[in-house]
Design a binder for this molecule. Structure first.
Ligand code: MG
Ligand code: MG
Length: 277
């Protein structure tokens, strides 16, 4: 995907991005509420699109060249970029990640959640929930690091450290987070692992999408015949969580979380600071 250079955002621009972030969050909540055995991923896509349109925004996924849907829905061994279809019917116990974004007044939000479809085999569902929980917490560890980090790469180090503290899991390396603003995908790249690559310094006004993708087995991936869907090669399960987060002069603010991240960041000693218009 094309990545444009990144600009530091003003407080006023971050407030506009908050609007896009809240609409993105609302769309994902609507999808989460609709997830049950028997629902198709295309139905979920329509729910997300209707939610975004009702708020006077538009789907930024539909602005990606060659992509015509509002969400990506990636099931079980699919990791990211699953294309919604009327023929993809969720089954009890599936682990499904939903990725979505809204553009409002020219500014973008981007977020992803993972949900275990209710009613499945208890043992399998518990194992999948654990994978999702570890991935989600690694996201929050990365967000917490972003609050005080000097360099963007410190975010990925925190993600990796958390995942590794939980046992043996695979972290995707080929797919990473990104800057976000007027475009959904901007510089800089936000890795989910430790790297020696030179890393941009973090200044107030940097807004990034942090999005760990964690798998139960090998992190080797393949792209399916639809040319979009990324799946594991060993058929192991995958999870993906994402938030759009702003760093400003007084702290951080999770733009795609209704509470700005307050609840999940408390245990890290990080208090998000909301900007006022
Ligand atoms: Mg996303
Ligand atoms: Mg993203």
């Amino acid at each position: 995907m094309a990545r444009k250079g990144f600009e530091l955002k003003t407080n006023q621009q971050i407030l506009l991005m908050r609007e896009a972030g809240l609409i993105t969050a609302e769309a994902l909540e609507a999808v989460r509420d609709a997830i049950r055995p028997g629902v198709s991923t295309l139905e979920l896509d329509e729910i997300a699109n209707a939610t975004i349109l009702a708020r006077g925004a538009r789907s930024n996924f539909q602005l990606v060249s060659g992509y015509f849907h509002t969400i990506c829905a990636s099931i079980n061994d699919e990791i990211v970029h699953g294309i919604p279809s009327k023929d993809r019917i969720l089954q009890a116990g599936d682990i499904v990640s939903i990725d979505a974004g809204a553009e409002k007044d020219g500014w973008n939000g981007d977020s992803a959640i993972t949900v275990i479809v209710p009613g499945g085999d208890a043992e399998l569902s518990a194992a999948r929930q654990r994978l999702s929980d570890i991935t989600e917490e690694s996201l929050w560890a990365g967000i917490a690091a972003f609050a005080t980090a000097n360099r963007v790469n410190e975010v990925g180090a925190a993600v990796e450290d958390y995942v590794n503290s939980q046992g043996k899991w695979g972290i995707l390396e080929y797919y990473v987070g990104h800057g976000i603003g007027r475009s959904m995908h901007e510089e800089p790249a936000v890795f989910n692992y430790k790297t020696r690559e030179s890393s941009p310094k973090i200044n107030p006004g940097l807004v990034i999408a942090i999005e760990p993708m964690v798998v139960a087995g090998s992190n080797a991936t393949k792209i399916l015949a639809d040319d979009w869907t990324v799946s594991t090669i060993d058929n192991s399960d995958a999870s993906h969580w994402e938030h759009t987060v702003a760093r400003h002069a007084k702290g951080i603010w999770v733009l795609t979380a209704n509470d700005g991240g307050a609840e999940r960041l408390a245990k890290y000693g990080v208090t998000p600071v909301e900007l006022k218009s």
